[in-house]
Write a protein of this length. Structure first.
Length: 243
């Protein structure tokens, strides 16, 4: 069954207004008709709805019942990643949305080989959030992944006080732990995980991460591509923490 995310102002009493891109998807792509059923979510609640009316620019839904859903990871996971090429970043965003991450934060790091074009940044972030929305609907999540604007490495370090646990994927550290060790010893509510860009994390960045209480973690005996690592991490978290 198709799922759509809405904002609070779309709800009027027992009815919901669907407009713009979602209107086009319902009427032109899915070719739905009166009385067809959809699921609508505002990131707090989900409802089973039926199509009551279709106008030239709006679909009116009638709320039939609230649905109790358990779709999200038991912890809030933010993925920070050294800035990579647009097509790879979009691939990462699609995959980590499906696997349950809540935030994605691009980070300007020493070995990034991509420069940010400030003139087109707003449109790029908008496009990536659209990709996250479509992936959230496809995999029937109840929350949307948010793609944040890029930050400097030093600004990312300052976020450590906002999380219960901060990790970074690093293959050459004498105190590196496995993800299994991390999540078997203690329960966390909110975590941040940094993955380096294609060139990896520099020695100086690793030193600063240690000083800011980021814990180095291993992703196994093989060196993963930067676009593969986030999916691996979230898969392990799901295996360790979900039923």
């Amino acid at each position: 069954m198709q799922r759509y995310f809405i904002k609070n102002n779309a709800i009027i009493g027992n009815r919901i207004r669907i407009m713009k891109e979602d209107y086009y998807h319902i009427t032109k792509v899915m070719r739905m008709k009166i009385n067809d059923l959809v699921i609508v979510c505002d990131e707090k609640k989900s409802w089973l709805c039926s199509i009551q009316e279709i106008t030239k620019d709006t679909v009116i839904l009638n709320i039939l019942e609230e649905i109790a859903e358990k779709k999200e990871l038991p912890i809030e996971v933010s993925i920070a990643q050294g800035i990579i090429r647009r097509e790879k970043m979009e691939e990462v965003i699609d995959k980590i949305t499906q696997l349950g991450a809540l935030y994605y934060l691009p980070v300007q790091m020493e070995r990034c080989n991509v420069k940010i074009n400030e003139d087109k940044l707003d449109k790029k972030i908008e496009r990536m959030n659209k990709i996250a929305k479509e992936a959230s609907e496809q995999c029937h999540r109840t929350q949307l992944l948010r793609v944040n604007y890029p930050v400097s490495f030093m600004d990312m370090l300052k976020l450590n006080t906002q999380y219960d646990l901060c990790l970074y994927a690093y293959e050459k550290h004498e105190t590196t732990k496995t993800l299994k060790e991390i999540f078997s010893n203690k329960k966390y509510e909110k975590i941040l995980i940094l993955i380096g860009p294609e060139g990896g994390i520099s020695d100086e960045e690793a030193k600063l991460l240690d000083e800011h209480h980021f814990i180095p973690v291993s992703l196994g005996p093989r060196i993963l591509r930067t676009e593969t690592a986030p999916s691996y991490i979230l898969s392990v978290i799901s295996y360790e923490l979900e039923e």
